[in-house]
Design a protein around this ligand. Structure first.
Ligand code: ZN
Length: 679
């Protein structure tokens, strides 16, 4: 639940329908910005920004500034030395008087880029400390070559003192080795490098919060969300993140921008949301935070929306402290129109499906999925970015007031477009025909398949009277995904979609048919270790459909696995026949579900979804590894500029996409950096 970090399944599905375009460009827009270590840096477009009203653009501008002002907070939360290390390296990077083409300097640049990506010295995903590719001696020499005024040196400390403090933290692998330690049997607070606790043990922290909690409270606050726990004069206490408290200089700036945003809110409801967030920042009261969260979850009509604050608790070994994050976004009208159109026609789809009449719903309601585009990301959403948002986190607010769940279209689109030039399609697709089709229709049909799956697939069909909804037990989940995927696949090939204007022609669906079978039968196996079975429900679903269809296509030769130069490929010879097979399987899967036929469910999943073809698996792993793709991605933000007239009134907000990764971080470190050093 909570924030959906870009799930590998989604990413690989996207990569699976990647296209053959060169170097990730489209209309000369450069999606790929940089590549280093295990990271690629991408750029996202903000479609529709120009068409917003001036007031909405201004609102986005102020919320975006507020989204960038918390960057230092996250660095400091991750580790108390992060800000000082970052500033020292930036000081060297910009002012080094030695050879900037040397290997050592290049390693220093890579190390700094990795620190920006991770918002600190620990890897953003593995949590392990990142070790520099240069020596302690070089570090010391480089620092000494720089004017001390360009280094983060406090009164009473010296360049030597800075070197002495930072060297063990940066170079000694045994000091603060993990950002968050989750190993059993040790003190998680003392062995984690995060800066949420200092001078206290795990036991002391637990006792501190246990004393506060009331087990009968039905609407508890999120204890400890916005504070650091320390010992003062031997007493355990909290330093609260608020105006006048911890992180005050950054929070002051955030509040200033939020106040400007409140003045240009789209409506009163939204204004109240922003004002209540300001109230929380001013007081640090977690009751106020809940008030804000409730108002936020109820604001459904505004086009512009945002997240700004101490939100996710994954990085705290005790799961209480919220890392600071921000997203500014607005509703994607085109994508939302698409899901509304599908959902309006839900009854037609239900009535015309190949499923036996007795298993169909007499009255079916489609759901309309909400799709947004992000305009700015900050804190823990930057540079690594989620593909969706599902907030708030407080269980009682979700229970009593619901939650907002959205998918982020432009981030998914950037992943998709960036994968066009990475060689994946060329490696795994049979011929230019499939590559070209994927290039032309891949993104569109993949999105549409997801929409059909979500808006119609899960909601279609019914159980016969008396059938237990848990009858399929462990096979229920993969079978349900199979059903929803098949519903989408079957209708992608239906002329109705062209008639509704959802697809441009009767050729487009073939792109998704090919990608789906290739992914299910082969390329999704890149996520499984050699020798292992498939466990995950979505992956079982995809393999089961692909292998069932390939097996049943043999007789008519509609599709096959073919060898060329020692490599295996999916080849589809008759797309209409494949659609018939999707329909046939959909009817059978719906029958299994509607009648609660456990044996048939088990037989189907175990036969087609679990076991992996070892030789294909090893072949795919080898071919994938040779492509040398970056496992992790980060993003750069666009730059917004206020345009004013002679009397100082805002007349427009412009957007530009030309800032590079290094430039952006160096600028952010100057423009949005207010917190003190910690050396
Ligand atoms: Zn699903």
């Amino acid at each position: 639940m909570k924030k959906l970090f870009f799930m590998l399944s989604t990413l690989f599905l996207l990569v699976g329908c990647s296209n053959g375009e060169k170097a990730g460009t489209e209309d000369s827009f450069e999606y790929t910005v940089d590549k280093f270590a295990d990271i690629q840096i991408l750029r996202y477009k903000v479609p529709g920004f120009e068409d917003l009203s001036l007031q909405q653009k201004e609102l986005i501008y102020y919320l975006s500034e507020a989204a960038l002002e918390g960057r230092d907070i996250l660095f400091d939360q991750h580790n108390k030395y992060n800000l000082t290390i970052r500033r020292t390296l930036e000081g060297i990077y910009e002012n080094y008087s030695g050879d900037k083409n040397s290997d050592d300097f290049k390693h220093l640049e890579i190390y700094l880029k990795r620190i920006w990506m991770a918002n600190g010295i620990h890897h953003h995903y593995s949590e392990d400390k990142i070790l520099p590719g240069f020596s302690k001696e070089y570090f010391s020499e480089a620092i000494n070559s720089v004017d001390p005024a360009k280094l983060p040196i406090k009164d009473g400390t010296s360049v030597d003192g800075l070197i002495e403090t930072l060297t063990p933290v940066m170079f000694d692998p045994t000091i603060m080795p993990k950002r968050i330690n989750q190993a059993a049997g040790v003190d998680l607070v003392e062995t984690s490098a995060v800066n949420f606790y200092e001078g206290v043990s795990q036991k002391e922290v637990e006792a501190f919060y246990d004393k506060m909690k009331d087990p009968n409270d039905n609407t508890p606050i999120s204890y400890g969300l916005n504070s650091k726990v320390v010992k003062e004069n031997g007493v355990v206490t909290e330093q609260v993140y608020k105006l006048g408290g911890m992180y005050s200089p950054a929070i002051e700036r955030i509040v200033k921008w939020l106040e400007k945003a409140a003045n240009v809110a789209e409506n009163d409801k939204q204004k109240q949301v922003i004002l209540s967030l300001i109230d929380f920042y001013k007081t640090g009261s977690l009751k106020k935070y809940d008030e804000y969260s409730v108002l936020w979850v109820k604001d459904l009509d505004s086009r512009v929306d945002f997240v700004n604050g101490f939100t996710e608790t994954y990085t705290d070994p005790l799961g209480m402290k919220g890392t600071w994050e921000a997203i500014v976004n607005f509703k994607d009208m085109e994508a939302t129109k698409r899901t509304e159109l599908i959902s309006e026609n839900a009854q037609w789809f239900e009535d015309n499906s190949p499923v036996d009449k007795q298993f169909k719903k007499d009255e079916v309601k489609g759901v309309s999925a909400k799709v947004i585009d992000v305009a700015m990301i900050g804190g823990d959403c930057y540079p690594g970015t989620p593909l969706g948002i599902n907030l708030p986190n407080a269980d009682w607010i979700r229970r009593d007031h619901g939650s907002k769940s959205v998918t982020i279209a432009n981030i998914a689109d950037a992943y998709n477009k960036a994968s066009l030039g990475n060689g994946f399609a060329e490696e795994f697709m049979w011929s230019e025909v499939e590559i070209e089709r994927a290039k032309k229709y891949g993104a569109l049909t993949s999105n549409l398949h997801t929409d059909l799956h979500e808006c119609l697939g899960h909601g279609s069909g019914k159980l016969l009277p008396g059938v237990d909804s848990d009858a399929l037990r462990a096979y229920g989940s993969p079978l349900e995904e199979t059903r929803a995927d098949l519903f989408g696949l079957y209708y992608l090939g239906d002329p109705k979609l062209v008639e509704l204007g959802l697809l441009p022609d009767n050729e487009a669906y073939k792109a998704q048919y090919y990608s789906y079978l290739m992914n299910g039968a082969m390329t999704q196996l890149t996520r499984i270790q050699s020798g292992k079975d498939i466990e995950q429900a979505h992956m079982r679903n995809r393999q089961s459909i692909a292998t069932w269809v390939l097996e049943h296509a043999k007789e008519s030769n509609a599709a096959e696995l073919k060898q060329r130069d020692g490599k295996t490929y999916v080849v589809i010879n008759d797309y209409e026949k494949i659609r018939e097979l999707f329909g046939e399987l959909l009817a059978e899967i719906q029958r299994i579900k509607s009648t609660g036929d456990f044996e048939a469910a088990k037989n189907y999943i175990e036969t087609y979804g679990v076991k992996v073809n070892q030789s294909i698996h090893n072949e795919v792993l080898k071919r994938y590894e040779a492509l040398n793709l970056s496992p992790y991605s980060g993003f750069v933000n666009p730059v917004y500029t206020l345009v004013t007239n002679d009397s100082g009134e805002v007349t427009d907000v412009t957007i530009s996409y030309d800032e590079g990764y290094i430039e952006q971080h160096l600028r952010y470190s100057k423009q949005y950096s207010t917190l003190p050093n910690n050396n």
